[in-house]
Design a protein around this ligand. Structure first.
Ligand code: V47
Ligand code: SF4
Length: 361
């Protein structure tokens, strides 16, 4: 395989990638500092093709946000509200039932459900959410509650963290979304999300999720105040945990959208940065099967291009995305199957509809 690398600083990394030698933190920093985007793309695409050939995955999913009332007040969040504030909402179990029934004729295979940390909701509410979804759609996979929510639920349930997770699993939880990781750095947390669990606890909760036999994803919120070194540390922390548990399914980089947040002066990430970040994630996270180009964050056109920069998955149809759109995302709120298939096919890849665990449908 011919690689076109023009930056002599990263030719050593090419040898490592070809020989399947794990990259270290210094390699990742060299890649971040290099402007040889085509060279980096070649390397990431080599790894991506070795794992997945021509396949590019998507899922037919539905997002449910059960509440936006949240006591954490993360500075990057445009979605959350205080109780009583205009726009604040909490879905009743009947509202959830209605949202599910509204789309009952669609071939949805995954429900993605997250919400704010709303102190008024009892533990039983969360169990009822899961049971209601399973009652109405017995065959969907429920991917719900980030490690931040699971930590909060352990506080509510009066049970240990392990028993809380087992109780949620018994009610239908099968997988957790990657959110809440943000950047696994104490410095960034102190500045942006001091009320949310720190990186040690996030990793601990994920370890327990994995050991309960549930799968979890991992995200990274980038493009705010984090340094390149902090991004790299984030990768290394995720990779080390994956070495231990092998419980992560996919990694999803999340580009920060600043509109309607206290950090609205921070400009959007650029296409160059988004693509480079995806490629470096593919190269660093050698023990993750899947890297998602989340079209909601980076737009449909860039997500399509990202399939040649290491990504193998576009996430899903979604229909009603709130978190990023409240922060100014200009992507669609949802995509149809033919649209996603066309995005994949017209970029030269083979569309594969999958379930949450990447079984082909
Ligand atoms: O943790 C919040 C992020 C996350 C903003 O696992 C923002 O398949 C950008 O977990 N700009 C939640 N991002 C979303 C999440 C997710 C999304 C897609 C797929 C999966 C998966 C998981 O949303 C939060 C936070 O990092 N977020 N505000 C914002 N203004
Ligand atoms: Fe709350 Fe999540 Fe928004 Fe933070 S990102 S304020 S935890 S809803």
């Amino acid at each position: 395989m011919e690689f076109i690398i023009t930056d002599s600083q990263i030719t050593g990394i090419r040898e490592k990638v070809i020989s399947d030698i794990r990259l270290d933190a210094d390699d990742a920093l060299l890649l971040y500092k290099s402007n040889d985007i085509i060279g980096i793309a070649h390397l990431a695409n080599f790894v991506r093709r070795k794992r997945h050939g021509k396949k590019a995955y998507f899922v037919y999913n539905q997002h449910l946000n059960y509440t936006n009332i949240c006591i954490n007040h993360c500075r990057f969040c445009a979605y959350s509200r205080n109780k009583g504030q205009s726009g604040a909402f909490t879905l009743s179990i009947d509202d959830v039932r209605k949202k599910l029934l509204d789309r009952i004729d669609e071939p949805i295979t995954e429900i993605h459900m997250v919400g704010g940390i709303n102190p008024e909701l009892p533990f039983d509410y969360y169990l009822d959410l899961l049971k209601t979804i399973k009652e109405i759609r017995p065959n969907v996979t429920i991917k719900a509650f980030t490690a931040v929510e699971i930590d909060h639920l352990a506080g509510l349930s009066g049970l240990s963290l392990e028993d809380t997770i087992h109780t949620l699993k018994a009610a239908g939880l099968e997988m957790t979304p990657g959110g809440g990781a943000e950047v696994l750095s104490a410095r960034v947390r102190d500045k942006l999300f001091p009320r949310k669990i720190g990186h040690d606890r996030w990793l601990e909760v994920i370890t327990k999720i994995h050991s309960a036999g549930l799968s979890a994803n991992a995200t990274m919120l980038y493009g705010h105040i984090e340094t390149l070194e902090e991004r790299v540390k984030h990768f290394i922390r995720l990779r080390s945990l994956q070495d231990e548990t092998n419980g992560f399914t996919a990694f999803i980089p999340l580009a920060f959208h600043s509109q309607n947040t206290p950090m609205s002066d921070i400009p959007s990430t650029t296409a160059f940065e988004d693509l480079k970040n995806i490629a470096i994630a593919r190269l660093m996270l050698d023990n993750f099967d899947h890297i998602k180009a989340y079209w909601v964050m980076i737009g449909e056109k860039l997500a399509q291009t990202a399939l040649s920069f290491g990504a193998d998955d576009l996430d899903g149809t979604i229909i009603e995305e709130k978190i990023t759109h409240m922060a100014g995302a200009t992507s669609s709120k949802g995509l149809t199957r033919p649209k996603i298939r066309n995005m994949i096919q017209s970029a030269g890849w083979e569309p594969v509809e999958r379930d949450s665990f990447y079984n082909e449908i």
